[in-house]
Design a protein around this ligand. Structure first.
Ligand code: NDP
Length: 386
């Protein structure tokens, strides 16, 4: 029998389950690179479209785990030595967490987790796990690669349009009973004809480029590895050798690189000084890619016309985090990758990983981040041990 400790975000303040706006979600069979969606055996334990990413939703895992004699602890209490997470960690075999409400598995916590064998990220992005410590302790770390990449790409497009067209302030004016058109439009532009660039053109960055193309923008990208000539031609995209070269010419910049020590604070005062005045920056990758206060300064000086994203550091962001109140921003909590549609995929992927683990079958390489004492699968391609 294994003990599975699952850390999920809290239930809706209005209670669980919520009243659902729709009765179903479309069935997605595969991803743009040919990878198939998760395919766990047997029943899912939830109906796709249900809210399962929060505590009461339990990722739909209870039925499967208890039917197989395992114990499931689900909590949102993850901070401090007296937290439910810390109380159960020393006896847990498996920890499941989500980037939206990350259970930071630090080296100290991993050292205390004597029974821990598997850490699953229900979603994508395992930088809340100390991967070096995980590999030294022989843990397997896995995530549900591609499960919410398109969800995030859609969110990026939404944020581009909402910033450039000044949607949020205009909506606020309407909400407040106002009708001053000039106030609405004095910061409103068309996206058409702008130069749009993404820093990193991986799963999400490439999906964003493909979604921006029909807006008749000029596409740019930087990535350590150049896209194929076919894709460059399809997108008519300009490749830049450095992020600095890209930010000098783009009106809208999308940040989509993973967080490594080398990318932390990539957007600092120095980088903002290079950015074209009045550019917009979108960041759904990781908050710590940007210097928190440099972003505020760039917005206040007008160097940036707008900033939007759903990622912060730390998470949840403290109440006095300056990104909550800085001007011309469209910040949300970390939500882009946890739409009800995305939850169905990453919960199914979590179940598939658990089934493989318990049945001693190989976990798909695309889901593996750390295994056998080193980076593995997607981890070997997308992460660094530092
Ligand atoms: P991928 O691994 O598919 O793509 C990442 C890309 O970044 C790769 O093309 C990689 O290049 C490139 N890259 C590596 N190093 C650098 C660098 N120093 N500068 C610029 N680019 C670099 O990841 P995804 O597209 O799936 O996800 C990207 C990030 O988005 C994740 O790391 C995660 O942090 C975040 N994310 C956020 C979510 C949310 O809910 N907001 C949900 C999912 C992910 P190469 O491989 O060619 O070396």
């Amino acid at each position: 029998m294994a003990k599975v400790l699952c850390v999920l975000y809290p239930d809706p303040v209005t209670g669980y389950p919520p009243a659902y706006a729709r009765d179903d979600v479309p069935v997605i069979k595969g991803y743009p690179n040919g990878q198939t969606v998760p395919s766990p055996a047997g029943e899912l334990g939830f109906k796709p479209g249900e809210l399962i990413g929060c505590v009461s939703g339990e990722l739909g895992l209870r039925k499967y785990l208890e039917a197989n004699g395992h114990e499931l602890i689900v909590t949102s209490d993850k901070e401090g030595a007296d937290s439910v997470l810390d109380k159960h960690l020393p006896t847990a075999d498996v920890v499941i967490s989500q980037p939206f409400w990350p259970a930071y598995l630090t080296a100290e916590r991993i050292a205390k987790a004597k029974n821990l064998k598997l850490a699953i990220t229900a979603g994508i992005g395992s930088d809340h796990v100390d991967l070096k410590a995980a590999s030294e302790h022989g843990l397997t770390v896995a995530e549900v690669t591609f499960s919410n990449s398109i969800s995030v790409a859609e969110h990026v497009v939404m944020m581009v349009l909402s910033l450039v067209r000044n949607y949020l302030p205009s909506h606020q004016i309407a909400n407040n009973g106002g009708w001053n058109i000039a106030d609405c439009v004095s910061r409103s532009y068309d996206v058409e004809g702008m130069h749009f660039g993404t820093i990193a053109a991986g799963r999400i960055g490439l999906a964003v480029l493909r979604r921006m193309k029909p807006f008749d923008v000029h596409l740019h990208y930087y990535d350590p590895h150049r896209l194929s000539p076919e894709i460059e031609k399809e997108l008519n995209a300009t490749f830049h050798e450095t992020p600095e070269s890209l930010v000098k010419v783009c009106d809208v910049i999308n940040l989509q690189t993973p967080l490594y020590p080398s990318t932390q604070g990539m957007f600092d005062d120095k980088m903002f000084a290079l950015v074209k005045r009045g550019a917009y920056l979108i960041n759904t990758a990781r908050g710590a890619l940007c210097d928190r206060d440099a972003v505020v300064r760039a917005l206040e000086s007008g160097q940036l016309a707008g900033y939007a994203g759903d990622v912060w550091f730390p998470q949840p962001a403290p109440i006095d985090h300056p990104w909550r109140r800085m001007p011309n921003q469209g910040m949300t909590p970390h939500v882009s990758g946890t739409s009800l549609s995305a939850q169905a995929r990453y919960a199914a992927g979590t179940l598939e990983i658990l089934q493989n683990f318990f049945e001693k079958k190989p976990i798909r390489p695309e889901y593996l981040i750390v295994d056998g004492g080193n980076l593995a699968g997607t981890g070997a391609a997308s992460y660094k041990l530092t």
